[in-house]
Write a protein that binds this ligand. Sequence first.
Ligand SMILES: Cc1cc2nc3c(=O)[nH]c(=O)nc-3n(C[C@H](O)[C@H](O)[C@H](O)COP(=O)(O)O)c2cc1C
Length: 308
Amino acid sequence: MHNTQPWSWHVGDHRLDLYADRTRQLPVSDADGRNLVISCGAALHYAIAGASSLGWAAATEHLPGPDDDHLAALCFTPHPPTREAVARAELLRTRRTDRRRFIGWPVPTILLHRLACTTRYGTASAVPVTSLVERLRVELLVSRAMFAEDADQRFVSEQQHWVDGVRRATEGIPSENATPGAVDRLRPTRPSRFEDRGDRATDDDSATAIPPSSDGLIVIVTRDDDPASWLDAGDVLCRLWVAAMEHGLSLVPVSQPIEVPETRDSLRFDILHGEAHPVLLARLGWQVLSRSALPPTPRRPLDEVLGT
Ligand SMILES: Cc1cc2nc3c(=O)[nH]c(=O)nc-3n(C[C@H](O)[C@H](O)[C@H](O)COP(=O)(O)O)c2cc1C
C-alpha cells in the first residue's frame, strides 16, 4: 500500500524467509496491519512465481513462528520452468497499478464471475458485485470512506507523506503514477484517493454525485480477519490481477472502504451478508488501447530488502 514495500527478506541456503517490516506500517490508515500483511502476501506470490520461472519450486510454510512478524519460509528445490510459469512471471513483471480512467465498456457479468470463481487461495477468495443495487451501494461506501478519511487530518498527512511527499525516490508513489489522468488531462469517472479533494463530492451530495460507473467490482474476502488470512488475500490479489491481465483488463485496488471501520462493517453485513470478511476491493476495466505504458512504480534497492 502507498508503495511502502513493508517487507524484509532473509537469505539462507536454498531458503528465503519473509518478515513484515513494521517500521513501514501506516499507523493511521492501517493500524491493524491488514494492508501491510496483504502487501507482504503479494510480495510472497511474486517471489514464488519468479523462482518458478527461473527453475526453482518453493515449498512454502506460512507463519512458521514463534515470531509473529515471520510471515513465511520458502525452501527451494530445482524444478524445470514451464512455459506457463515464464509467461506468468512476465505478466507480473509488467503489472502496474494504472489509475487512468477506464473506457466505458462494462466488464461483462459472466467475466467477473469467471475471474472470481477461479481465484482463491487458502482461506481467501473473490466475490463479484454485479447487481445494480449492490454496485451502487458499494460506490456509496467508497464515497463515504473517502469523505471520512478526507475529514481526518491525520489520514491526509499520512497519505501526503507517501505520495510525492518527504521520501526517497525508491519508495512511495510518484505523482505521475498516483494521478496519471492529470498528465493525459483526463478527469477520472470514479473517485480515487489521490485525486484533488476539491473535485470530490461532499458527504451531503455523495448519493446523487456518484458518477455512473461501468467499472467491474470484485471484493477480496477471507474466512477470518487475521494475519494468516491477510497473507492468503495478498496471493489472491496477485492471482486476480494476472487473470484480469490475461483478459486485457486493468485492476486498481481500493482499500479505503476497508480502512474505515464503519464502511468495512457495512460491506461485510449489507453486501456480503456477514458470510466473509472483506479485506480489499478491486476495480476492473479496460484502458484505451493506444494509451502509453505507465512508468514502473519505483522499488527499494535489493541490498536494502535482502539480509542474511
Ligand atoms: C493492500 C493494498 C491496498 C491498496 N489500496 C489502494 C487504494 O486504496 N487506492 C489505490 O489507488 N491503490 C491502492 N493500492 C495499490 C498500491 O498503491 C500499489 O500497489 C503500490 O503503490 C505499488 O505500485 P504498483 O502496483 O504499480 O507496483 C493498494 C495496494 C495494496 C497491496
